[in-house]
Design a protein around this ligand. Structure first.
Ligand code: GLP
Length: 246
């Protein structure tokens, strides 16, 4: 039976604080937990709150495993626009996560398809993700699962939608520099997590959130597959939740 808990909070900072608390509670409850982590503007505040909580609490992170949702093909840890760089600057350089236990797809792999197989195998060996945190794209994507992604999809190389490239161009010098491909966890990987936490903030996410949760489950709105998840929590600020019914 799908369980869905939609929490509407006041603003972006409230969303960030509530999300960070959910993560640290999982870590305290299960010190060898496996976390799935997102990147982007939305989780930046969450990582700030989480860093504070982990350091203040001197929380033992030595056995926590993390897996990021995605990475651009062609970018590596030294590229400021890469998700490796984002995670190192937003979280890993400020906290005591063990580098051996943090995993992000290798965007510089000579054979990106082979890298997908390796990442999939690592995920399998880690066992189920205890908590997977996701954002949502304005076109309803989660990770880099663009509209039309198969619900049974697993770790793979994807072509980025032009809408996604255009909106992510804000982090690059020009649209031309935005990679056209990425490695992403698939929708099946996401659905296999024991618990999923979706975070959303701002007016620009209201239509996508409404399509994901008011509308039918459809591959045209990848996030809508989460309606079928057994343990989903959505934390949205008032602006992002503006079009949600019920
Ligand atoms: C990016 C990422 C997603 C993220 C989404 C929204 O392309 N691949 O994981 O959730 O787009 O990002 P933001 O939070 O910056 O709006």
């Amino acid at each position: 039976m799908a369980y869905r808990n939609i929490m509407v909070v006041g603003d972006y900072n409230d969303m960030s604080a509530v999300a960070a608390k959910i993560i640290i509670d999982i870590i305290l409850e299960k010190p060898d937990c496996v976390l799935g982590l997102p990147t982007g503007k939305t989780p930046a505040g969450m990582y700030g709150c989480l860093t504070q909580l982990l350091n203040d609490g001197k929380v033992d992170l030595s056995r926590v495993c993390t897996y990021n949702l995605d990475e651009y093909v062609g970018l590596g840890p030294d590229d400021k626009e890469s998700f490796h760089y984002y995670m190192n600057s937003m979280l890993f350089s400020r906290t005591a996560f063990s580098a051996a236990n943090t995993h992000i797809p290798n965007g510089l792999a000579a054979d990106p398809e082979a890298e997908c197989g390796k990442y999939e195998d690592k995920l399998k060996r880690s066992g189920k993700i205890d908590l997977l945190v996701v954002g949502i794209g304005i076109n309803g994507h989660i990770g880099f699962n663009e509209p039309g992604s198969d619900f049974k999809s697993r770790v793979r190389v994807v072509e980025l939608a032009e809408t996604t490239r255009k909106i992510n161009a804000r982090y690059f010098k020009s649209l031309e520099q935005v990679p056209r491909r990425a490695i992403t966890m698939g929708l099946q990987n996401i659905m296999e997590a024991k618990r999923v936490l979706l975070i959303a903030g701002g007016n620009e996410k209201a239509p996508a959130l409404a399509r994901a949760f008011n509308g039918p489950v459809s591959e045209q709105v990848p996030a809508s597959v989460l309606q079928r998840h057994d343990d989903l929590t959505v934390i949205a600020d008032r602006k992002a939740a503006g079009d949600l019914s019920g």
